[in-house]
Design a protein around this ligand. Structure first.
Ligand SMILES: Cc1ncc(COP(=O)(O)O)c(C=O)c1O
Length: 406
C-alpha cells in the first residue's frame, strides 16, 4: 500500500517516485487546472486527438471505402478486445456499442429467460438510469421489478431473477465483492448484470476470474474516450452462444452485407451490436486507450486509492463528512464529501482551477484519475477546499447560479 503523505513535501516526494508519473505527458490539460472529474468525463489524451484527425482524413480521402481500407467495420470489435484486457476478459468477450443504458437493457432482456425466476432487481441507490431501465424492461416484458435497499442486492440473489449492480457505486464509491456475489448468484440461478462504469480503466478488474458473465460499462470516464463515447458490453464466451440480443440489428448479424432475410447472430459479445457503430467516437476511444497501453493495473488502482486516501485524510482533518469507505479495498477511485452548500463550493473550487462535480442534494465528488493527477496537486486542491470553506468565499452570487450539468 502506498503511504499517505502528511505534508506537501512528502506529496512531492511521492510524485517523484510515482511509476505512472510520465503518463501525464500523454494528456494536454489546460495549465493551472487540477482535474478531479475524470470519473465523469476524462480529458482528451493526445492519442485520441490524433486518431480523430486521422479518421477525419480517412473519411474525406477514402470516403465510403474507409469501412474496409481503414478497418472501420471491425473497429468496435478490435476496440472491444483491447478493453477486454483492461477488465480481465478474453478476446471476443467485449464489443463496443450504444450507451450503458441501452446495453443494460439488452443484457437484462437477454438474461431474463435464463434466470430461475422472471424478476428484475436493482438497489435504490444505483445510478438512476439502471433503475429506469429495469422499470422500463419490467413494463415491457412483464417481469416483476423489485427495488432493494442499498446493499440489499446480495441477499436478493437467493430469489433468482436478474440483478443489475454497479461494481463501484456512482455516489459513495463503495466497491461490490464481485466474486462473492457471483458465487451466491450461481447457487440460486440468478444472473447479475454488472455496471462497470465507475470501475473500468482504474480498478484491477478480473471479471472472468470472479465469475462475472454479463456487464456493461462506460468509456468516457476513466478511459477518456470523449463526451458520449460509446459503451461496451461484456458477455463471457461460455454464455454468449446461449443469449439472444433483444435488439437484433444488422451489425449483430454474422454477415451483415449478405442482406440475409434470416437473422444469424455473430459469435461472442459481437452479437450484442445492433446498428452502425459511431466511428468518430470509436476512433477517439481507440486512440485514448493508448494512454493505458502497458500500464500495470495494480499500480493504477493503488495510485487512485492512495490519492483518494490523501483526500479523505485531509477532508476529515477539516471536519467534513466523508460517506465514501475509508478502507481502500472497499473504495473505487472517487471520493464523495457531504457538503450542504456543495454546488457553490464546487463553483468556487473551479474558479481556483480545481474541477470537481456536484451530485444533488449534497454530494461533492472528487475523482482520482491516476494517469494524470499528482499527489501535490491533490494536496493543493484540498488546501483550496479548506480555504473556501473556512473563508465562506463560496457564498457569492456568481457561484450560486445553477447550470444544467452539475
Ligand atoms: C454508474 C453509471 N451507469 C450508467 C451511466 C449512464 O451511461 P450512459 O449515459 O452511457 O447510458 C452512468 C453515467 O454517468 C453511470 O455513472
Amino acid at each position: 500500500m502506498i503511504p499517505i503523505p502528511i505534508s506537501r513535501a512528502e506529496a512531492l516526494e511521492q510524485d517523484a517516485a510515482d511509476p505512472l508519473a510520465e503518463r501525464a505527458d500523454l494528456f494536454d490539460l489546460p495549465a493551472g487546472v487540477t482535474y478531479l472529474v475524470g470519473h465523469s468525463l476524462g480529458p482528451p489524451p493526445a492519442g485520441a486527438r490524433a486518431r480523430l484527425s486521422a479518421t477525419q482524413a480517412d473519411w474525406a480521402g477514402d470516403l465510403v471505402r474507409s469501412w474496409n481500407s481503414a478497418g472501420w467495420i471491425d473497429l468496435a470489435e478490435r476496440t472491444g478486445d483491447r478493453l477486454a484486457a483492461l477488465i480481465g476478459a478474453q478476446p471476443g468477450e467485449v464489443i463496443v456499442a450504444d450507451s450503458v443504458s441501452v446495453n443494460l437493457f439488452k443484457l437484462a432482456a437477454a438474461a431474463l429467460p435464463q434466470a430461475r425466476t422472471y424478476a428484475l432487481f436493482v438497489e435504490e441507490d444505483e445510478f438512476p438510469t439502471d433503475q429506469y431501465i429495469a422499470a422500463g424492461l419490467g413494463g415491457l416484458s412483464g417481469a416483476q421489478v423489485r427495488q432493494l435497499a442499498p446493499g440489499g442486492g446480495f441477499d436478493a440473489l437467493k430469489a433468482g431473477g436478474v440483478l443489475i449492480k454497479s461494481a463501484v457505486n456512482y455516489r459513495s464509491a463503495e466497491v461490490a465483492d464481485m466474486a462473492a456475489h457471483e458465487r451466491e448468484a450461481k447457487r440460486h440461478g440468478t444472473r447479475i448484470i454488472w455496471d462497470l462504469s465507475h470501475a473500468t480503466g482504474v480498478l484491477d478488474l478480473k471479471v472472468g476470474a470472479d465469475g462475472a458473465v454479463l456487464a456493461a460499462g462506460c468509456t468516457y470516464k476513466y478511459l477518456n474516450g470523449g463526451p458520449g463515447a460509446p459503451s461496451f458490453v461484456y458477455v463471457s464466451n461460455a454464455l454468449s452462444g446461449k443469449l439472444s440480443n433483444p435488439l437484433p440489428g444488422w451489425m449483430g448479424h454474422a454477415a451483415p452485407f449478405a442482406f440475409d432475410e434470416k437473422y444469424v447472430p455473430r459469435d461472442g459479445a459481437a452479437r450484442f451490436a445492433s446498428g452502425t457503430p459511431p466511428i468518430l467516437s470509436l476512433a477517439a476511444l481507440a486512440g485514448a486507450l493508448e494512454a493505458l497501453e502497458g500500464v500495470d493495473l495494480t499500480q493504477l488502482q493503488a495510485k487512485a486509492r492512495a490519492l483518494g486516501a490523501l483526500a479523505i485524510a485531509r477532508a476529515k482533518a477539516i471536519g467534513l463528512d466523508v460517506p465514501s469507505p475509508a478502507e481502500d479495498a472497499r473504495r473505487g477511485a472517487h471520493v464523495s464529501l457531504r457538503i450542504a452548500e456543495g454546488y457553490p463550493v464546487v463553483q468556487a473550487l473551479a474558479a481556483r482551477g480545481v474541477m470537481a462535480d456536484f451530485r444533488a442534494p449534497d454530494t461533492v465528488r472528487f475523482g482520482f484519475s491516476p494517469l494524470f493527477l499528482t499527489y501535490a496537486g491533490v494536496w493543493d486542491a484540498m488546501d483550496a477546499l479548506a480555504d473556501i470553506l473556512a473563508s465562506k468565499s463560496w457564498d457569492q452570487p456568481r457561484f450560486h447560479s445553477r447550470a444544467k450539468v452539475t
